[in-house]
Design a protein around this ligand. Structure first.
Ligand code: GUN
Ligand code: FE
Length: 438
């Protein structure tokens, strides 16, 4: 069996850090190594210990002085919106109707879906994101293209066929029956194949009739282990329209609660304007509120109350995501840079250890996948990345005066992007340099 030893500085979290000096929250090896076999990390520790336990003919790759961290995880994005990014709109609903819905109509064409899926995975690898929870379009062809590409690249991905049967162009509508049959077909064909996970994906309450929401409920009943993903409380006009469409619900969150969609595998994009009652309902059900900083700023949606949700006596689980194409960068470093600023505007702090926890282990916990991804622990998938804090001339100049790991992480987060990702290992194989070579 071929094994590979990858040497560098290693950083992996045990839990969320309580403060910037909470060094018990993570393991940091200044001369560390990972031993990888068959796509899995089989040992992790000091270089001396790993080398001593490895076979004589082990292949060594030396990434010193760079920093190795688990691959970034993005818990909410839309792969059919790569060509929607940077569309000039005043707010969410104008952006959806003017740019996003027309663009997603193009995914009825298999060739188009396949081309964009391939480009999507290239960008994930280039930016160091090794797992994402993705929305496809309403068309099954888009889901097939996405999962086929994920399988080809052996990446751990979560994705779903978007269910939507009203308030959108005809070319983007299914029916309750179609959404049931096609979601079941997608589960049968793709779930558990390679590292693929299917998510039940009603787009949001505005684009689903009550009959389709009933279908979503049935699917959750039939497949209780699957993730559920949708949007919640992003924009004031969206909230008002939702409450008009579902007058029996006490608030937006209650719409999803009435259809049995809250729970520990449920990911709710945005959650910016939740009431106390709604946050309680999220907390009690273990539902996840997904913070999408670049999107929330770009669409002017509002400031996600991360600390208020964390500090409640009933805390709400949270994760962080790009929300491509409402979001403006594929980079989780850039995403956390904007998260930092959103907390600043609320008089709150986000320390760099917290940011790196969120992009890795924190998001893995939110996806209930921490046994597989998000750390450098033995037995987990060999998905990890190599970071260079001096990737550009401006970063190199700033790096001259870096004196601590906290400084280095903060520099990476504040000035870094895809150029800081020296290599992306997917299932133990260097995938970013393979892109450049292709
Ligand atoms: N709400 C419903 N659909 C979408 C979408 O595609 N992007 C964002 N940001 N919000 C949504
Ligand atoms: Fe979204």
């Amino acid at each position: 069996m071929t094994s590979t030893l990858i040497r560098g500085r290693l950083l992996s979290f045990h839990r969320a850090p309580f403060a910037i000096d909470d060094s018990a929250a993570y393991a940091y090896e200044t001369d560390g190594a990972l031993l990888v076999e068959n796509g899995v990390i089989v040992a992790s520790g000091t270089y001396a210990a790993i080398k001593a336990g490895a076979a004589d003919d082990v292949v060594e790759i030396d990434h010193r002085p760079h920093l190795i961290v688990p691959g970034f995880i993005d818990t909410h994005l839309h792969f059919p919106q790569m060509q929607v990014m940077a569309s000039y709109a005043a707010n969410l609903l104008e952006w959806l109707n003017t740019y996003t819905f027309p663009e997603e109509c193009r995914f009825v064409e298999t060739a188009h879906a396949e081309r964009i899926a391939s480009r999507f995975f290239d960008e994930m690898v280039r930016h160091g994101t090794t797992t994402a929870a993705a929305y496809c379009s309403v068309h099954k062809a888009s889901v097939d293209a996405f999962f086929a590409e994920a399988l080809r690249r052996d990446m751990r991905m979560i994705a779903g066929k978007v269910m939507m049967d009203r308030n959108a162009p005809q070319g983007l509508l299914d029916t309750p029956e179609m959404s049931y049959d096609e979601t079941r077909a997608v589960i049968r064909e793709w779930h558990g194949k390679g590292r693929n996970h299917v998510a039940i994906t009603p787009r949001f309450a505005i684009t689903s009739t009550p009959e389709q929401m009933d279908v979503a409920r049935s699917l959750v009943h039939e497949f209780p282990d699957l993730h559920v993903q949708t949007h919640l409380s992003e924009n004031r006009d969206e909230i008002a329209f939702t409450c008009e469409l579902y007058p029996e619900a006490v608030d937006y969150t209650d719409v999803y609660a009435r259809y049995g969609l809250l729970g520990p595998k449920s990911l709710f994009g945005h959650c910016i304007h939740l009431s106390e009652r709604e946050a309680d309902a999220m907390s009690e059900t273990g539902s996840v509120a997904v913070f999408c900083p670049t999107s929330n700023l770009f669409l002017g949606s509002g400031l996600f109350p991360l600390r208020a949700l964390n500090r409640r006596d009933k805390p709400v689980r949270t994760s962080v995501a790009s929300d491509i194409g409402g979001g403006t960068s594929y980079s989780m470093l850039k995403t956390l840079d904007e998260a930092y600023k959103i907390l600043q505007l609320q008089g709150e702090r986000l320390n760099p250890f917290d940011s790196f926890f969120m992009m890795t282990r924190g998001n893995a916990e939110a996806l209930s996948l921490v046994d597989k991804i998000g750390t450098l622990e033995a037995g987990t998938d060999a998905d990890f990345i190599v970071l260079d804090m001096a990737a550009t001339p401006a970063m190199a100049l700033r790096a001259e005066v870096v004196t601590s790991l906290a400084d280095e992480l903060f520099l990476l987060q504040t000035m870094g992007d895809d150029r800081s990702i020296v290599e992306t290992y997917v299932a133990g194989k260097p995938a970013k340099s393979a892109l450049a070579a292709a």
